[in-house]
Design a protein around this ligand. Structure first.
Ligand SMILES: *[C@@H]1O[C@H](CO)[C@@H](O)[C@H](O)[C@H]1NC(C)=O
Length: 322
């Protein structure tokens, strides 16, 4: 009798439980955490996150924060502090960010990119922890200085990233690509399967953002950027050359028009994506990335987008190293 009652309650319990599709799938996951129909099984010996992964993944927060506030402000006129203030973790508001004059199609793309960066910040901080948003300089003056450095003379009037769609896209050209090359660079040094999953997911979307920005610029590459007598293609080439010069590790960055021998398979001079001899993404170390985003050519001398330096162990140690 008692046995029958237990059976009855058990079957009622399972019946109610299985009514909810969410419960069904979570029970499936409980019974078989690596359900082969949904996800590949990690190697038996793998650790989820190895301790050396933490600093490398956290380093990316410096770039993700820069992109996040640049895109959100550009599209909406407000940033992370309005959308997900807890992710700023008390870091100071960015200097000089503002809404850009964008056509509506571009504005929506940039708004989406901004939200994607919020997701990236959350994913990184939830997976490996994080640090407060560093001080960011997203002012027109900072971008104007980068463009002056790229051209080797003073652009008159000074370049204003927020003035129109083409300027904003050129300014954006400067950012997700650094995330892309940093993620490709971090990949060989990442060990845990959870860390790898995070890294690949971040890389995929950064690469997509970079491709979309480049494609939009590519369509207009022969246009002059008003009021300068300089084409869109030349702007991209100058920005890429500047970054190669600052990073000081060869050619890992190429604009939209390249000498034939630098194009894909040495057979083409248009260059919608930037990649190496085998058309694989270039990789950069954290030190290379910092030399570029500081705009100083030195990982020990902050400036540019990060006037007080990057946050986290890697950037902080490089500041005082040597
Ligand atoms: C601002 O944008 C307008 C419209 O594209 C353009 O005519 C003007 O020259 C631009 N000025 C600057 C400083 O970029």
């Amino acid at each position: 009798m008692a046995h029958a009652a237990v059976q009855y309650f058990l079957s009622l319990f399972f019946f109610l439980f299985f009514l909810s599709p969410n419960v069904v799938s979570s029970i499936g996951v409980m019974l078989n955490p690596y359900n082969p129909s949904c996800a590949s099984k990690p190697p038996a010996s793998a650790t989820p996150i190895s301790s050396s992964d933490v600093d490398l993944l956290q380093f990316a927060l410096n770039l993700e924060h820069t992109e996040c506030d640049f895109f959100l402000y550009g599209a909406l006129g407000c940033g992370l502090d309005a959308i997900a203030p807890e992710l700023a973790m008390g870091g100071p508001p960015p200097i000089g960010a503002r809404k850009a004059n964008l056509d509506e199609t571009t504005r929506l793309i940039i708004e989406e990119f901004g939200y994607q960066e919020v997701g990236h910040l959350r994913a990184i901080k939830n997976t490996v922890g994080g640090f407060p948003r560093p001080q960011l300089d997203l002012s027109a003056e900072n971008f104007a200085k980068i463009m002056d450095d790229a051209f080797g003379y003073h652009l008159n009037p000074p370049f204003d990233p927020y003035n129109n769609t083409i300027n904003y896209l050129l300014a954006s050209y400067a950012i997700p690509y650094m995330g892309l090359v940093a993620y490709v660079g971090a990949n060989p040094n990442i060990n845990g399967f959870v860390s790898k999953r995070l890294l690949a997911g971040l890389l995929a979307v950064e690469a997509g953002q970079d491709a979309i920005i480049r494609a939009k610029l590519y369509e207009r590459m022969h246009e002059f950027v008003p009021p300068y007598q300089i084409t869109v293609a030349e702007f991209t080439n100058r920005i890429s050359s500047l970054r190669n010069r600052l990073a000081n590790c060869g050619i890992k960055d190429k604009g939209l028009l390249v000498p034939h021998e630098l194009g894909a398979e040495g057979r083409i001079s248009t260059n919608i994506l930037s990649a190496n001899r085998d058309s694989l993404g270039h990789r950069r170390t954290p030190a290379e990335v910092l030399r570029v985003v500081y705009g100083t050519g030195s990982e020990r001398q902050p400036g540019g987008f990060l006037p007080k330096g990057g946050n986290g162990k890697i950037a902080r140690e490089l500041l005082v190293d040597h």
